[in-house]
Design a binder for this molecule. Structure first.
Ligand SMILES: *[C@@H]1O[C@H](CO)[C@@H](O)[C@H](O)[C@H]1NC(C)=O
Ligand SMILES: *[C@@H]1O[C@H](CO)[C@@H](O)[C@H](O)[C@H]1NC(C)=O
Ligand SMILES: *[C@@H]1O[C@H](CO)[C@@H](O)[C@H](O)[C@H]1NC(C)=O
Ligand SMILES: *[C@@H]1O[C@H](CO)[C@@H](O)[C@H](O)[C@H]1NC(C)=O
Length: 164
């Protein structure tokens, strides 16, 4: 059930109708025994997306570091401490660059490290004027339909997380 909701959410969000809120680690969240390199490798992160970290607030944290400290799992001088204390942290990906995020408290050594590249949104596909005229009404109506869907799925997921 969780996986199903999540897969729907990702599939709906990926086409770039709106910004994507990535739940890091999907249904596993931000935890040990998970390979975040593998999780990230088939994904495109665009400027304007968010990363959403869900984890045990008593154990892990969310620290942005530079490349050197990412590779060495050094959490002594984070560039940004995204930890709020709730175990639910949002990292806005609002700059086109690489982001290196680790958990301190020793968990980075166990694999709690995420490196991603944030890209600019690709320009919309160019279509000939004839195609554009005939296809734009359907595109508009699909946009109107998909957007509430994204929020609806997000709301369901939020509700689910609260009871988790
Ligand atoms: C990362 O920060 C550390 C400590 O501040 C510094 O020694 C290192 O050169 C930095 N690495 C990069 C790639 O900026
Ligand atoms: C990060 O910020 C949180 C919340 O303010 C704080 O409790 C925690 O000690 C900070 N961690 C680091 C490594 O700075
Ligand atoms: C990106 O978001 C951070 C955190 O909200 C903010 O401090 C920063 O000014 C933003 N940068 C840009 C370029 O919008
Ligand atoms: C994650 O998987 C990649 C590719 O298989 C591997 O190179 C990397 O060492 C793994 N990372 C961890 C923390 O296990």
């Amino acid at each position: 059930m969780v996986v199903l909701v999540l897969m729907c959410a990702e599939m709906v969000m990926v086409p770039g109708v709106s910004a994507t809120r990535w739940i890091v680690g999907a249904n596993m969240g931000w935890t040990t025994n998970f390979n975040y390199t593998v999780w990230a490798q088939d994904k495109h992160f665009y400027n304007g997306d968010w990363l959403f970290f869900v984890y045990d607030r008593n154990q892990m944290n969310v620290l942005e570091v530079n490349k050197t400290d990412y590779e060495a799992c050094n959490s002594d001088h984070p560039l940004h401490n995204w930890t709020t204390g709730a175990g639910r942290d949002v990292v806005p990906l609002n700059v086109t660059r690489n982001y290196y995020i680790i958990s301190g408290k020793g968990f980075c050594y166990g694999g709690m490290k995420l490196a991603i590249h944030v890209e600019n949104l690709p320009p919309p596909p160019t279509t000939s004027p004839i195609n554009e005229k005939s296809s734009s009404p359907s595109l508009t109506s699909r946009g109107k339909f998909v957007l509430p869907m994204v929020f609806a799925i997000g709301a369901v997921w939020d509700a689910f997380l609260r009871f988790w």
